[in-house]
Write a protein that binds this ligand. Structure first.
Ligand SMILES: *[C@@H]1O[C@H](CO)[C@@H](O)[C@H](O)[C@H]1NC(C)=O
Ligand SMILES: *[C@@H]1O[C@H](CO)[C@@H](O)[C@H](O)[C@H]1NC(C)=O
Ligand SMILES: *[C@@H]1O[C@H](CO)[C@@H](O)[C@H](O)[C@H]1NC(C)=O
Length: 451
């Protein structure tokens, strides 16, 4: 319900405005910066209204290829009012030739994701025999065909879910994050897309973080990365993420970045409800908004006054509307983003993943029929449930686990069974009808098999 409301609402609030020009004609590219604004070739402001699209997880293929044809998704992105995609990629895609050379089919096969292969066969058969790097290029090029700009975001080194302090991908010197390899990879990517005008920017590295992070190293390596990207591809905006999961660029108030080029530098900021823990749920929303917005200004917002564009490259919330912390943050964050007229990118486009680290399902309760998973954001448990429409399978807070004698858990009861018989139907979820019909069904099947 919130979903239908949320996207148009954000789009209307943040995209419209007299100074806002959506770049629908790629002849105005490349983009550059002019004081705090991002502008096109003729100096007109271009407001980035992007959506993140994930391509950095284990399969290294953009999400959703088993759901809809690529071109349908690109058209939908444009139709929803986004003018750009922040497209994530793992460093190893360009620094590990045997990874880049895998075909899409082989990548899914190696992960045992046979159902994804079957689904991609239906929706995007042309992708299956492409190598991962070819498939990535096909996505960029299809977005170009639909007048959607692209920001290439180096999200992580080793393909997988991002980000934690200890995942080995957080800062220079971490297990999977070698500075020289990173510079090489950025150079390769920048070169590869030099000549693709819709690639308007590169986010050099997502959410720097972890025990090794440091301001001195930040300047040393980010400046080197920026120079490397710019010399390989002088067209793209060079976008720099801050420390502490891209919540903090405060050190720039004292010491600016030193680069040999001008007119291409942009900073990016991430701002979620959980950036401030449970502050929104636990405090008075006015006071929390005042305090958090003040911190955002001190850590990043001041850059606008210094004459740099600031790209809110990740924000988002649980769109089911059940998370109080998220709901309270949304209004405050949108107020600030609209007031500052920020360029932005919503997290995220895909509603599901081929594979998602961390989401583990297990049977709980004494009946062992509640199929439950823990939310990583707030640690609460959700259970599979049958929607009141009687058809869809959804998630809800787990119900009636213990004690309550009046409560009926049945819509949350599931059994996983290995079928011993081939069925004609391709639908793998068998819906159990309401009780009287079940018995009829069971009786009929019993009769059937005794015949
Ligand atoms: C973009 O603008 C240029 C020059 O104004 C024009 O020649 C070209 O046809 C336009 N392209 C599209 C796709 O509208
Ligand atoms: C390169 O990629 C291949 C294929 O995914 C993988 O087996 C290998 O371990 C990777 N090598 C490195 C050094 O990460
Ligand atoms: C794709 O590769 C498979 C083998 O992996 C082959 O059977 C099939 O014919 C190929 N399809 C195309 C369109 O080349």
């Amino acid at each position: 319900m919130r979903l239908g409301f949320l996207l148009p609402c954000i789009t209307v609030l943040l995209v419209t405005g007299s100074v806002c020009k959506l770049a629908h004609n790629s002849s105005a590219l490349p983009l550059s910066s002019s004081s705090r604004w991002i502008v096109d070739e003729s100096g007109l402001r271009v407001k980035l209204a992007c959506v993140n699209w994930v391509s950095h997880l284990e399969p290294v293929v953009v999400e959703g290829m088993g759901k809809q044809p690529l071109d349908t998704i690109s058209k939908k992105i444009a139709a929803m009012g986004f003018n750009c995609v922040r497209l994530t990629w793992p460093l190893f895609l360009v620094t590990n030739d045997s990874l880049a050379g895998l075909t899409v089919r082989q990548s899914f096969q190696a992960l045992g994701l046979m159902e994804s292969i079957a689904a991609i066969q239906v929706n995007n058969p042309d992708l299956l025999n492409l190598t991962l790097i070819q498939a990535f290029k096909a996505v960029v090029s299809n977005l170009a065909d639909n007048n959607v700009m692209v920001i290439l975001d180096n999200h992580i080194s080793k393909p997988g879910w991002c980000c934690s302090n200890f995942d080995g991908n957080g800062f220079f010197g971490d297990k999977y994050f070698d500075a020289e390899e990173w510079i090489k990879g950025l150079t390769k990517m920048a070169t590869m897309f030099n000549g693709s005008p819709n690639v308007v920017g590169m986010s050099l590295r997502n959410e720097l973080r972890g025990p090794k992070q440091g301001v001195t190293e930040w300047y040393r390596y980010m400046q080197r990365g920026a120079e490397a990207v710019h010399s390989a591809n002088p067209n793209v905006l060079v976008i720099l993420s801050g420390l502490s999961f891209d919540n903090d660029l405060g050190y720039l108030s004292k010491k600016p970045v030193e680069l040999t080029f001008q007119g291409k530098l942009v900073f990016e900021l991430h701002w979620y409800a959980f950036s401030d823990g449970q502050a929104w749920a636990n405090g008075n929303p006015n006071q929390v908004c005042g305090r958090v917005a003040g911190n955002v200004m001190r850590r990043a917002g001041f850059l606008l006054d210094q004459g740099w564009p600031l790209f809110l490259s990740e924000f988002g919330l649980d769109q089911r509307g059940t998370n109080v912390n998220d709901n309270r943050y949304l209004g405050c964050m949108m107020g600030v983003a609209a007031e500052l007229d920020l360029d932005w990118a919503l997290w995220t486009l895909q509603g599901s993943y081929y594979i998602r680290q961390g989401s583990k399902w297990e049977f709980i309760s004494d009946s062992k029929m509640h199929l439950s998973t823990k939310m990583s954001s707030d640690g609460c448990s959700l259970c599979l449930d049958v929607d009141p429409d009687g058809i869809s399978i959804i998630t809800n807070p787990c119900r009636c686990l213990t004690n309550d004698q009046t409560c009926n858990p049945e819509s949350q009861w599931f059994k996983m069974i290995s079928s011993t018989r081939k069925t004609a139907s391709k639908n793998s979820i068998l819906r159990l009808p309401s009780r009287p019909e079940i018995w009829r069904f069971v009786r009929n099947r019993a009769l059937e098999s005794s015949v």
